[in-house]
Design a protein around this ligand. Structure first.
Ligand code: PMP
Length: 361
């Protein structure tokens, strides 16, 4: 059978070792004669899974002790509402950095709760899409917090600069970049990420919140989005997505075995270098993001002749390279190359792309 490489943006590829392990223990988990999906979230067996997953994530990201880790429902979009609900307090505005599709979507949701101040940081550099450096972000003094998205999954734009805004509360949507490189958590007030890219299956959302920000939720915030309620109940205020939590725990162990975030960072860099290298060298392909803002996780690219898009997708699929169609709002192609994508997968893609260009260029 052809080796399949799945370039989906999310739900995305999971490490095959993790899937095999889950398969092996699916119907008889830890000798219980049942699956992990079918036991109580309050059983001592599941509590161990939950605690280990949290500890492994803390180890991987070096999360300081004064941060809570919450295992939530609702995807990143629920956090678009939870963030203003938990952090605004009496304030009526927050700074929202608009660098692309998802940051913009967060602004639209925040408009229900406050008057967000939008900072449009999109610019061009040498004719390519880019983001203004953080030193040029015009933050306001009365904002309750500043929200931004360091990796725009659809636009393929990344803000790799680390925030340094004094005592401002920085909130970041890390859905498509968490665990892909080391991160200084102490620079952030709240970090959130939907699981379905670099963590595990859809259904789980991780929130990492500094503990002094707990207990400030507005009265109207639903309890399941209230960080204080979730923290007090060890993320079990209601039934958590237990299978997603368990599988994410296996992914964290897999990542630790691979050498952790520092090691995967190097592999991610090598993968991105290989793919952007091919795109830049081969006139058949084009990426229109300025080099400093190129995403290492989501690589959008266009063919010189868009009329060949359908054929490219058909042939690449036959070659075992799946889910390369670009997002409907931007078109073209997109290769998502999260942690679980091995270097060989990107090599297979660049070999295919070079061959396709030779045959059709
Ligand atoms: N933020 C980013 C950066 C995303 O990539 C996505 C999903 N692709 C979302 C938010 C929305 O996530 P969810 O579907 O989990 O609500």
């Amino acid at each position: 059978m052809t080796q399949i490489y799945n370039f989906s943006s999310g739900p995305a590829m999971l490490p095959v070792e993790v899937l095999r392990r889950a398969e092996q223990e699916l119907t008889n988990w830890h000798g219980l004669g049942t699956s992990v999906m079918e036991i109580s979230h309050r059983s001592k067996e599941f509590l161990k899974v939950a605690e280990e997953a949290e500890q492994d994530l803390r180890d991987l990201l070096k999360i300081p002790a004064n941060y809570k880790v919450l295992f939530c429902h609702g995807g990143a979009r629920a956090q678009f509402a939870a963030v203003p609900g938990n952090l605004l307090g009496e304030a009526t505005t927050a700074d929202y950095v608009d660098g692309g599709y998802w940051a913009h979507s967060a602004i639209k949701e925040a408009e229900k709760y406050c008057t967000p101040r939008t900072l449009d940081v999109k610019t061009t550099r040498d004719g390519k899409r880019a983001i203004l450096p953080m030193s040029q972000w015009d933050l306001s003094s009365d904002a309750a917090y500043v929200h931004y998205c360091p990796n725009e999954t659809i636009d393929g734009i990344a803000i790799d600069e680390q925030p340094d805004f004094g005592d401002k509360i920085v909130v970041a949507d890390l859905s498509s970049t968490i665990l892909s490189r080391p991160l200084d958590i102490s620079r952030y007030g709240v970090i959130y990420a939907g699981a379905q890219k670099n963590i595990g299956p859809a259904g789980l959302t991780i929130v990492i919140v500094r503990d002094d920000l707990l207990g400030k939720a507005r009265q109207s915030v639903p309890s399941i989005l209230d960080y204080q309620v979730l923290a007090e109940n060890d993320s079990m205020f209601n039934t958590p997505p237990t299978f997603a939590w368990y599988l994410s725990g296996l992914v964290f162990k897999w990542l630790k075995e691979k050498g952790g975030v520092g090691e995967i960072d190097k592999i991610n860099q090598a993968k991105a270098d290989l793919l952007y290298g091919l795109i830049d060298q081969n006139p058949f392909y084009r990426n229109d993001v300025a080099v400093e803002n190129r995403s290492r996780m989501n690589v959008p690219f266009q063919l010189a002749d868009a009329a060949l898009d359908a054929l490219f997708l058909e042939e690449s699929f036959k070659a075992g390279l799946h889910a390369l169609k670009g997002h409907r709002v931007v078109g073209g192609m997109r290769a998502s190359i999260y942690n679980a994508m091995p270097l060989e997968g990107v090599k297979a893609l660049t070999d295919f792309m070079a061959d396709f260009a030779r045959r059709h260029g």
